[in-house]
Design a binder for this molecule. Structure first.
Ligand code: NAP
Length: 326
């Protein structure tokens, strides 16, 4: 079978190749999935670039050896291990598994849920990392409540488009920050108010505006500027840092947040989303009932995987970038 692989760290267009690899055979507790679509996340290119050596050490990446990119996947069950009862061949599923940019993969049953009939494989593959991040951030770390005011910075990207819709599904009032070309799109997925960052700096307009939650995918404003926008019990979710700001900026923000936590009433929280089957099931229900509809920017073939990863790493995808397989 064919799969995307890389054997050294570097830019996706240089290091990623489409190679023939052995088709996996499911063990007794595994499900074999014929991949129909996989989506790209910023983490794919971070891991591929290897990052600064210190990051490699922290993530225990070691030497590149043979690596298989991709974690978000949707497809059809081709075979199930003898201990499994939940799925049968032919079921359409989506979930998380390493090496998703491939024709087939094997994974534990617990990493997948049934795909709702009203969404495509491409849409389902868009969900896992981005939507789990939005859900777990807003619900578990932000403790979102109906009627609260939520600002989403980076609202037009993979995580942001889910965050807007999930915040709306909780009954929040959502302010979305994006560039001019995405204003209509974020409005169409439910944002109540949109700030075009090419025209206005959200930390400077509306002084005294009080948000209950700032969900920050971009990390391009100082924590003190964000703090001025939070109500006294407000929470700033530091979801990610886009662009060239890198590890030093992240560490500085984490240390600042830690020190501030002893002195101020607002919270600055960094978190990493986790695979959770119950949450995937909840996201599946939100899609089945039309409360959440994945936004897809571009679809690429498996052969174009390096280009798909490179495009996402430019930080201007509109929703999710997907790799489709026949
Ligand atoms: N903590 C976690 O568990 C977790 C999980 C997943 C991702 N992340 C992180 O979260 C971040 C977002 O991930 P993603 O998948 O959403 O990335 P993405 O899809 O690449 O996000 C791209 C979006 O960022 C927007 N953007 C770029 N510069 C901006 C700016 N100055 N102000 C406002 N928006 C801007 C772009 O909108 P315009 O084109 O309109 O500029 C684009 O729509 C990344 O740093 C990622 O590493 C964290």
């Amino acid at each position: 079978m064919q799969a995307a692989v890389y054997t050294q760290y570097g830019p996706p267009d240089v290091v990623v190749q489409i190679a023939n690899v052995e088709k996996p055979v499911p063990k007794d507790d595994d499900v074999l999935i014929k991949v129909r679509a996989a989506s790209v996340n910023p983490l794919d290119s971070h891991l591929m670039k290897g990052g600064p050596y210190v990051v490699r050490l922290l993530l225990r990446l070691g030497k590149a050896k043979i690596k298989r990119p991709g974690v978000d996947v949707a497809g059809q069950v081709e075979a199930v291990g003898k201990n499994l009862t939940q799925f049968k061949p032919g079921d359409a599923v989506f979930g998380l598994c390493k090496g998703a940019f491939a024709e087939y993969l094997c994974a534990p049953e617990s990493a997948f849920v049934i795909k709702p009939g009203n969404i495509t494989f491409e849409q389902a593959a868009s969900v896992p990392v981005a939507a789990l991040t939005a859900l777990q951030g807003l619900r578990d770390k932000g403790h979102i409540q109906a009627g609260q005011k939520v600002l989403i910075n980076g609202a037009a990207g993979g995580v942001g488009t889910f965050a807007v819709q999930i915040a709306k599904s909780f009954g929040a009032h959502v302010t979305a920050v994006c560039s001019t070309r995405n204003v209509d799109m974020v409005r169409s997925i439910g944002a109540d108010h949109v700030i075009d960052y090419t025209q206005e700096d959200f930390t400077k307009i509306n002084p005294g505006q009080c948000y209950d939650i700032i969900f920050d995918n971009v990390g391009n404003h100082s924590l003190s500027a964000c703090r001025r926008l939070l109500n006294p019990k407000g929470i700033n979710l530091m979801v990610g840092i886009l662009g060239g700001r890198g590890i030093l900026s992240l560490l500085t923000r984490l240390v600042t947040a830690l020190i501030w936590s002893w002195f101020i009433s607002q919270k600055f929280v960094f978190f990493i989303a986790k695979l959770n089957k119950q949450d995937l099931t909840l996201l599946s229900e939100l899609m089945a009932t039309g409360k959440v509809t994945p936004v897809i920017d571009r679809c690429y073939s498996l052969n174009q995987a390096p280009e798909a990863i490179r495009y996402l790493s430019e930080h201007h995808a509109r929703g999710k970038v997907v790799i489709t397989l026949p």
